[in-house]
Every structure is written in C-alpha cells, then in structure tokens.
Design a protein around this ligand. Structure first.
Ligand code: ADP
Ligand code: MG
Length: 636
C-alpha cells in the first residue's frame, strides 16, 4: 500500500469506528437522546464519520458538476448519500445508511486501487529489464558509471557478473552465459562469445563481457519492449470500448430514471386521488442510484486486459494492444513462413555440385556476393567459406527478395540465388537431385554450379501445428520462397495442412489475401521472422513476428511480437487471449446481471440501501479479483 492508500484506510477505520460507537451509544443510552429532541445533535454526530470518509468523493463530484461533466460514479454516490442523509433529517432520523454508502464505496475504491497497483508492480517486476546505469570504458581505459541515455553508439561497455546488459551490442571480449528470461520468459541460458550479438535486458551470469554498442539506448531492445508494453493500453479492445461508451450513456440514463422514479409514481398516485409517501419513493430512487453505479465494469474490464498484456509479456509475448486479443482468440487459419520460422534458419552447407572451377571458388564467390546480406542463407555461406572475407572488392550489390543477390566481385558479375534468379538472367541451371535448399551461382553469366544447403526443422514445429489443431484452428499453412521439393519435405515432417512454395514476397501477400477471403468470421494470422515479410505481417488480420527483436521493420509491422523464436508461443498467445476475453465477458455478464436484478428489486422497494451498497461493492471486489486472474498465464 502506498501513502495515499494508507491514509484512506485510516479514514475508513476511523469513520467505521465512530459509526459503530454512535449506534452503540444510541442503543444503550436511549434515554439520553431526550436531551436532543430536535435531533440535530445526532445529525451532526453522523456528519463527522460521513465527511471524514467521503470528503474527497464529494469534492470530485462537485468538480464534475463545475466542469459540466457531472455524470460519473462520484456524482452517483454523492447524490445518493446526501439524499439519504437529508431524508434522514426530515423523515426517519436515521443517518447510518447515508454514511454507510460512502464508507462502503470507499472500501471498494481502496480495494481496487490496491489491486491495480499490485498488478502494475507485478508487471514491472516481470518486465524488470530497464537498466539503471552503464559502465562506460573511457579512452584512458578507466570505467565510469554513466546514465545509459548518454552512451553513444560504438562505445565500449563493461558488463560484470550479475549486471544487466544496458544497450544492444556486440561482444568484443569475454565469454559468458546470459540469462534471457526477462526478455523471452524462458530461462534457458544463452552462451555468448566474441563477435556475438547481445541484447539489452539480458543478465550476465558469469564472467566479464566487454561489448561495443550497436545502438543508442532509446533504440535498444529493452527500451523498445518497454515502449511497446506501455503503449499497449492505448489500443482498446471491443469490450473496453463498449464499457467506455456504456458508462457514458448509462450513467446519465440511470440518473434520469432515478429522478423519474422519485417523481412519477407519487404524482400518479396523487393525481388518481390516492395518498403518496414521497419519502419512500425518494429513498427508492436513491437506492436505485447506488445500485446502478457501474464501477465494477468500468474498473474490471480495463484491468483484465492490462493484466492480460502484462502476463503475456512475462511469457515473452508482446501484444501491442488489447484489441489484438480478440484477433488472437478468433484465429481460424495460421500461415507460417518457412525459413527462420518453422526452421532454424541456420543452414549448413551439405555439398557443392557441378562446379567446374572447384568447390572453394564457388563458395567464395557466393560468400563474397552475399557479404552485405542479412538473410540466413547469406550468413551460412559466409560461415562456410571461412573467416577471410573482405567486403572491399564487392560493389553494386543488389538483393532481390525471394530470389537471391547479384553483385560485382573483383570485377566480375556474380549471381547467387535460386532458379528464379538464374531464369531472370537466362542462365541454364542444373537441378539438384537431393532435397534441400539450393543456391545456384553464376559468374559473368556463366553457370558455376550450385551449393546445397540444409536447414533444420525447429524441434517445436510439429508440436506447434498439433497444439493449434487442438485449439480448434482449422488450417495451418506454410508459405515459402524455397523450391517445391524442400518445402514439401519440411511440411510433411511438421504435419502442416497446406504448403505453397516458390513464392516471391508479393506472391506471399497475394496468397495471404486469398486465404483471408476464403474464411468468414475468423481471423488469419501470419507468423514470420521479419526477414522480407514485413508487408505480409501488416496485411494479415494479425501479424505475429517471432525472434524479431533485432528487426525493427518486423516489430513495426507486427501486432504481436514473440521475443524468442519458439513457434509454440503462437499457441500460448492464443490461449492467453482466450482466457483474457473469457474473464472480460464473465465480468460483463456477471456485473450487469447482478445490477439488473438489484435495480428491479430497488425500484420495487424490496432492496434497501444497505443491500444496494453491498451488492455494488461486492460485485466490484469479485470482478476485480477475477480480472487479476488474467495475469496468471505461466501454465497456460
Ligand atoms: P522463406 O519464404 O522460406 O522465408 P525467403 O523468402 O527469404 O524464404 O527466400 C526464398 C528463397 O529465395 C530462398 O529459399 C532462396 O532460394 C532465395 N533467396 C532469398 N534470399 C537469398 C539470398 N540472400 N541468397 C541466396 N538465395 C536467396
Ligand atoms: Mg523468411
């Protein structure tokens, strides 16, 4: 509890104590009341606990009226409690009800603010990735502790054991294992050595690392993730939007209904010549007001989504807005990219064929041509070729998405890519008899053979497809630019329902649009690693980028970002979304049902104000407790 909450709690306890004393006093010393025949003493005595516990609500209600936006919960509570007290003064001589309304309302408010604060703290503890400082190595070789914001790109930082990596960078010295759990939700340590990329937010578990920063603090992974999570609440889901609209129409509507209830029946009775008890009808109207307070909904629905987004983040799933929970929950088709999504995206060269000028020559030319590419194929070719690659001799590089690269290497035109690329330059290529991805290489328009490379299917790929089917997702589809044979082999191994191969990025876009049209009422999700599939990520009903923390374009384009590259998280995201929506709808139905019942009882004069305030606070407490469940997603 914070200071303000503690203060409220003290006010509640004091006020409750005074009220108990007052009613006890009244009961045991009834005779003494004779000294107060006018009842004013009792009135002022009850005003003490009332004002003590409710002055801030009264002030807020007054401010609302002054700003011409009176219809909120504060207004409802102020009118109801003041009304009850005034009625007590002129009729019944009982002020306990009016004061109790305020007391219980404050108890509810306090409970809710504690619950929200707690989930907020939970989430920030889970997302404890913001580094406080960085150890900057100065030119003199000294280490200075500085604000990460001040570190320039290319600086050398020292990360000691137990410290967080403050800024994204490349290891220049040292080996260590990093705890990535704050980023990915998985506690599998990752070993890094010289030359490896490290992401901010990871914790150095052993040894000393010196890293050269590759980004500024604001563009680093940790900052980006926190931005995403913090901005998520600005995109509202339908239940949230519904509640906002509902409250805007509903609250004034009940105020007028209450007014009608206070005036019309007694008027009608009088006009028809019967006697009417004004006080009774006004009391019914006030009870009606208390019952109708929509706080359970207004608070618990946004809290549900807030908790859901927080819970998802703690599992390494960033949902960019609560509106995407609905898309996730209604997925009918999941389309996967192949390379890097269903496969590791780490190719091993398994052979070089038809190479008249020698295998090493083909490998070297391909690696040089690929020296600027970030494609997984390029990385593997560079690795296979060995360390001594110098980009100096490489110019005029053009990467053709879904086909390969062309570049001028040492004065020669080199093309490295698939059959499509060869066809584009009218070069006759030799088909490969083995299954795998093939990179054909041509130099100055002459075919120089091909490199057969093999990728590995991710261990979790088959389980992902199965989990999706179990969740009732009818169709899983794989799209790839790779050739048919390699694609079929992977699809069969995973159990994918459909596979489409040899697609250029624009073909993928068209295919996804086709698949989207083929279904109604459900959504289509595209899952990709962000390498040349940003357009599809943004076109699909739901774009899911995975392992994409390095790729800004993918983070921009996607609606959901999976922080590691485990495709099983797609299924988990769906389960989290469904749980969250289920809780939201439970709360809506439950709260509205209880309110409706109580409203009818109140209008009929059956429900007393005591029942009304218990129902109101009770529903709110239950709804908030239910909402907080959305935070618990570990075992989903
Ligand atoms: P996927 O659809 O499997 O994710 P891409 O769209 O990235 O794959 O690439 C499709 C195909 O295009 C690859 O299988 C490869 O044949 C070719 N290709 C793309 N980029 C390159 C590259 N940099 N070098 C060689 N071949 C490439
Ligand atoms: Mg790809």
């Amino acid at each position: 509890m914070n200071k303000r909450q503690k203060k409220t709690l003290t006010r509640i306890i004091l006020s409750a104590a005074i009220m108990i004393l007052l009613s006890g006093f009244q009961y045991f010393f009834r005779d003494l009341l004779d000294i107060d025949p006018s009842g004013w003493l009792k009135f002022f005595a009850y005003l003490v606990p009332y004002i003590l516990v409710g002055y801030d609500i009264l002030l807020k209600a007054w401010k609302g009226i002054k700003h011409r936006q009176p219809f909120d919960e504060n207004f409802l509570m102020a009118v109801a409690s003041i009304g009850a007290i005034v009625l007590g003064r002129v009729r019944t001589g009982d002020y306990a009800e009016g004061a109790a309304v305020m007391l219980f309302y404050q108890i509810g408010e306090l409970f809710q603010s504690v619950a929200i604060g707690k989930s907020r703290r939970n989430i920030s503890a889970l997302m404890d990735i913001r580094p406080d400082s960085a150890n900057l190595e100065t030119e003199a070789g000294q280490v200075e502790t500085v604000d990460p914001d001040e570190v320039e790109t290319g600086s050398i930082l020292v990360v000691r054991t137990g410290e967080k990596v403050p800024i994204d960078g490349i290891v220049v010295e040292g080996t260590s294992s990093l705890d990535t759990s704050a980023l990915t939700g998985e506690s599998v340590p990752r070993t890094v050595r010289e030359g490896d990329e490290v992401l901010s937010g990871c914790i150095n578990q052993q040894g000393l690392l010196r890293i050269r920063t590759t980004r500024e603090f604001g563009d680093s992974t940790a900052s980006k993730i926190l931005d995403l999570v913090e901005n998520a609440s600005s995109r509202k889901s339908r239940p949230e939007a519904f509640i906002t609209k509902f409250a805007r129409i509903y609250t004034p509507a009940v105020c007028f209904a209450a007014l009608a209830l206070a005036l019309l029946p007694p008027l009608f009775l009088l006009l028809t010549g019967q006697s009417a008890d004004w006080g009774d009808w006004i009391m019914r109207a006030l009870t009606f007001l208390v019952i109708s307070c929509p706080c359970a909904l207004v608070i618990s629905i946004p809290l549900t989504f807030f908790a859901g987004i927080g819970g998802a983040s703690s599992s390494g799933i960033l949902v960019k807005g609560s509106n995407y929970f609905e898309g996730l929950a209604k997925i009918g088709t999941v389309v996967f990219d192949k390379t890097g999504t269903m496969t590791e995206g780490v190719f091993e060269v398994s052979g070089v064929h038809h190479a008249p000028a020698g295998e090493q020559y083909v490998l070297r030319m391909a690696a040089l041509a690929e020296s600027y590419s970030t494609h997984p194929i390029a990385q593997s070719l560079r690795r296979a070729c060995g360390a001594e690659i110098s980009r100096d001799s490489v110019t005029d590089v053009r990467e053709i998405s879904g086909q390969g690269v062309i570049a001028t290497v040492e004065g020669h035109q080199v093309a490295a890519g698939n059959e499509k690329l060869m066809d584009a330059f009218s070069i006759q290529s030799e088909p490969c008899s083995s299954v795998g991805t093939v990179v054909h290489v041509a130099v100055d328009g002459v075919y120089q053979g091909h490199i057969l490379i093999a990728d590995q299917v991710k261990p979790a790929a088959a389980a992902t497809v199965e989990a999706l089917h179990q969740l009732g997702i009818g169709k899983t589809v794989m799209l790839t630019g790779d050739h048919q044979k390699a694609a079929q082999a992977v699809a069969a191994e995973i159990g994918m329902d459909e596979v489409y191969a040899e697609l250029l990025p624009e073909d993928k876009l068209r295919k996804v649009e086709e698949l989207m049209q083929a279904q109604t009422g459900r959504t289509l999700a595209f899952v990709g690693d962000g390498i040349n599939d940003a357009p599809v990520l943004s076109r699909a009903d739901l774009g899911i980028a995975m392992g994409a923390l390095g790729s800004d374009a993918a983070i921009e384009a996607a609606d959901v970002v999976l922080m590691d590259d485990n495709p099983l998280k797609v299924a988990k995201a769906i389960r989290i979304a469904r749980k969250c929506l289920r809780i939201a709808y439970q709360n809506i139905v439950f709260a509205i049902a209880v309110k409706l019942i109580c409203l009818v009882l109140g209008a009929l004069g059956i429900a007393s104000m005591w029942l009304a305030i218990f129902a109101d606070v009770g529903v709110m407490v239950l709804a908030v407790l239910n909402a907080v469940r959305a935070l618990r997603v570990k075992n989903l």
